[in-house]
Design a protein around this ligand. Structure first.
Ligand code: ZN
Length: 85
């Protein structure tokens, strides 16, 4: 069980931006499913929510990814069905 070979360095410091504790884990910001992540902060008065995976989700369905990438609003309320084939 114990490995005596290496001294234990700083234990739980990881550089991953995602610290998801959910089960099952939330989709990452890279995932097309990213909006399915849990909301960890919700600011309706400012029109945005922060998701567990670090994505900022705006009221108009625009998104700001943790790496600075911007996703244009895609408005699921629209009549048209967008088929992702
Ligand atoms: Zn999560």
């Amino acid at each position: 069980m114990n490995t005596p070979s290496s001294r234990s360095q700083t234990t739980s410091q990881r550089k991953t931006p995602s610290m998801c504790q959910h089960q099952p884990t939330c989709p990452t910001a890279d995932s097309p499913d990213r909006e399915a992540a849990h909301t960890v902060a919700h600011h309706p008065e400012q029109g945005w929510s922060l998701l567990c995976n670090g994505v900022l989700l705006f009221e108009d369905t625009g998104e700001l990814l943790p790496d600075g990438q911007i996703i244009a609003p895609h408005r699921p309320l629209s009549h048209r069905l967008v088929t992702a084939a």
